[in-house]
Design a protein around this ligand. Sequence first.
Ligand SMILES: NC(=O)c1ccc[n+]([C@@H]2O[C@H](COP(=O)([O-])OP(=O)(O)OC[C@H]3O[C@@H](n4cnc5c(N)ncnc54)[C@H](O)[C@@H]3O)[C@@H](O)[C@H]2O)c1
Length: 254
Amino acid sequence: MEIQNQAAIVTGGGSGMGAETARWLAKAGAKVTLLDVNIDAARHVAEEINGYAVACDVSSASAVEEAVAEARQIHGSARICVNCAGIAPAKRVVGRQGAMPLEDFQKVISINLIGTFNVLRIAATDMCDMEPTNEDGERGVIINTASIAAYEGQIGQAAYSASKGGVVGMTLPIARELARSGIRVMTIAPGIMHTPMIAAMPEDVQASLAAQVPFPKRLGSTSEYARMALHIIENAMLNGSVIRLDGAIRMAGK
Ligand SMILES: NC(=O)c1ccc[n+]([C@@H]2O[C@H](COP(=O)([O-])OP(=O)(O)OC[C@H]3O[C@@H](n4cnc5c(N)ncnc54)[C@H](O)[C@@H]3O)[C@@H](O)[C@H]2O)c1
């Protein structure tokens, strides 16, 4: 699908891979709305790219319904939806303080998995109401963000890996369901990417993470994620799959 002049929604657009994807989409001529709980960060990026920012917690049904409606009023219904909002706290199931609080597990699932589904369901509903945009009958493209932790979660990543495994698992059934409406659904599973999440770690930790990547021996960049997202939008044969973006790393247990 062509990107030029399309309305796009990017969640988690205030930082990291979401922010960079928003920049690349805007450069390619899309009208971008950023949804983020951190509205100051989202506004900052929106100003830079002449986009629009809405404060939104992706795990809330009503907040997402309202945010997508606001985006629709400003830019029209979106044919592009990129889900980047997420959190990655680590905690052992049985730690020094005893059992992991159930709310900690629920919070990660509710933002990373339910939040992704929540935005997807509202964005897809809008796309279904639009006319096809090309000869293939494409109405829209949805890109989710999983993680290689969906496959090789480390100790402490029970909640995170479960949430990302859920994103991987729902990709194909939703792509199959939405195929009749000309909507493609893809998921990117990044390895270790150089975003604020990782940049906050001590340099020696970052270096040791980079050394684990077979090739290239470095962390992934946000622009490598963004360029993958743009390619998925433009390449109509990509549908129902998860693409690892990881330099062949396979995470060890810890
Ligand atoms: N950085 C990595 O190495 C890496 C690797 C694999 C997967 N991922 C995944 O990629 C995605 C983006 O990661 P990043 O490193 O760019 O993160 P980041 O922390 O830089 O950005 C995440 C953004 O999501 C927003 N956010 C958090 N909770 C939200 C909520 N409930 N509603 C709306 N917005 C919310 C934050 O405010 C932030 O702006 C995440 O889903 C993350 O799990 C990251």
